[in-house]
Design a protein around this ligand. Structure first.
Ligand code: GTP
Ligand code: MG
Length: 196
């Protein structure tokens, strides 16, 4: 059997978008409804097979809270791959994702493979595609105490995909909760990593 190829991968994105949950799904095939925020960063490894090669991902799961931002360069330095995560129900989290992508494109390894992941699609899986955009704005106060308020998508998949295409990123929508798209993100990255 061949020696696994080690690939250093970093996850970046706003707090609570589901970075740790994506890793937990990929590594242990588990999900926790009330996952605690990451402090600093967490390190995990997982192997995956691509064609005739075994890839061993060395995963740095960073903390999204703003007070940890300055630590990020330690984790993306020398990374061969990054997954930048946003939450499809929160448009502001895509803005934050874009700013991480800019930072990576300026400061990280120029050959880094970047995937953009729009997470929590399970929350909008019964969405009505015919809704008018104005209706999605709604009354934010009404959302605060009601579990009965439907959660609406704030980032259309086509909008995020167009941004990903023009920026040279892989693009996926995912649900760490249901496992949707998770293996695919890591496998696509593994396929794109230049290996000699
Ligand atoms: P930080 O470590 O603070 O940066 O947050 P994070 O990006 O690691 O988010 P985390 O994985 O801790 O998830 C935040 C919350 O969202 C938790 O309560 C998760 O259970 C929930 N969550 C994560 N992924 C999903 C998902 O795909 N669907 C749903 N419905 N909830 C999710
Ligand atoms: Mg986390």
């Amino acid at each position: 059997p061949m020696k696994p190829v080690q690939v250093k991968l970093v996850l970046l994105g706003e707090a609570a978008v589901g970075k740790s949950s994506l890793v937990l799904r990929f590594v242990n095939n588990e999900f926790q409804e009330n996952k605690e925020p990451t402090i600093g960063a967490a390190f995990l490894t997982q192997k995956t097979r691509v064609e005739d090669k075994i890839i061993k991902f060395e995963i740095w799961d960073t903390a999204g809270q703003e007070r940890f931002h300055s630590l990020a360069p330690m984790y993306y330095r020398n990374a061969q791959a990054a997954i930048v995560v946003y939450d499809v129900t929160r448009a502001a989290s895509l803005d934050k994702a874009k700013s991480w992508v800019k930072e990576l494109q300026r400061q990280a390894n120029p050959n880094i493979v970047i995937a953009l992941a729009g997470n929590k699609v399970d929350l909008v899986s019964d969405e009505d595609d015919d809704l008018h955009p104005d209706e999605l704005d709604g009354d934010e106060e009404a959302n605060e105490d009601g579990d009965d308020m439907p959660i609406t998508r704030q980032v259309p998949a086509e909008e995020a995909r167009a941004y990903a295409d023009e920026s040279g990123l892989l693009f996926f929508e995912t649900s760490a909760k249901l496992g949707h798209g998770v293996q695919e993100v890591f496998n696509e990255i593994a396929r794109k990593i230049p290996i000699d």
